[in-house]
Design a protein around this ligand. Structure first.
Ligand code: CA
Length: 239
């Protein structure tokens, strides 16, 4: 009898242990997923990664809007503040208008900073301050150039001493810029390829009233020369 009880106790303990492990594993896998939504104050930053095997030129995201040139602010003018365009890539104009790459490794249909460089700063000038509803960025690559890593700043351009063209090293907050979001979609697994979408929005419906946006982009890794993200599209959606 005592032996039977002991057996039952051992089996019960094993079941409890396995159940506990599966809960821990589920949490762990979830924590490793690049898909997440993070709230910072009133803003939400939602990240979705479509695995490379399921990625298509339609950019079919489920949790964030797909690229939509019809909704994008047509007044947006993109320019480079720091860093240089890679000569195998497209210029910044590829980021607006809705043209999307036909495959996961098409350099001339994406904008990316020069091979071996640390990244750079992209300025978007909307010509006048508008209420912005969403800012969505999209990228696609087979490997390390897929994830997105940038800090987004914004300004209405009205602060005293505002600097609309801050060079490398200039403290952006001191130069009249507001920090909006820290975006880092790098997964914690070795598999980094895929199609990434980032949607920055606000629970109030309006991110803010801004004329300028500044994307301070970093390379996703420095192991080799190919760490700068293949950006396919950046949509600024007015409210
Ligand atoms: Ca494009």
């Amino acid at each position: 009898m005592a032996s039977r009880k002991a057996k039952i106790t051992v089996v019960s303990a094993a079941v409890i242990l396995l159940a506990g492990l599966s809960v821990i594993m589920a949490f762990h896998i979830n924590a490793r997923s690049p898909n997440h939504s993070q709230a910072v104050g009133d803003l939400t930053v939602t990240v979705e990664c479509i695995p490379i095997s399921e990625s298509t030129p339609e950019f079919k995201f489920k949790t964030i809007p797909r690229p939509n040139p019809a909704k994008t602010a047509s007044s947006a003018v993109f320019s480079l503040l720091t860093g240089g365009q890679d000569f195998n890539g497209a210029n910044l104009q590829i980021l607006k208008g809705g043209s999307l790459p036909y495959g996961p490794d098409v350099p001339d249909q994406n904008f990316f900073f020069g091979d071996g460089s640390f990244g750079g700063r992209i300025l978007v000038d909307l010509q006048e301050a508008i209420d912005i509803g969403e800012i969505n960025s999209y990228s696609w690559h087979t490997s390390n150039r897929a994830p997105q890593l940038y800090i987004l700043f914004a300004s209405d351009g009205l602060a005293a001493g505002f600097n609309p063209q801050p060079d490398r090293g200039v403290d952006l907050v001191a130069a009249g810029w507001k920090l909006l979001a820290n975006v880092d979609t790098r997964p914690k697994t070795s598999e980094r390829g895929g199609q990434y979408g980032v949607s920055i929005a606000s629970r109030s419906g309006v991110i803010g009233h801004f004329r300028y946006l500044l994307f301070d982009c970093k390379r996703t890794e420095g192991f080799d020369r190919w760490g700068n993200t293949f950006y396919s599209e950046i949509d600024i959606i007015p409210k």
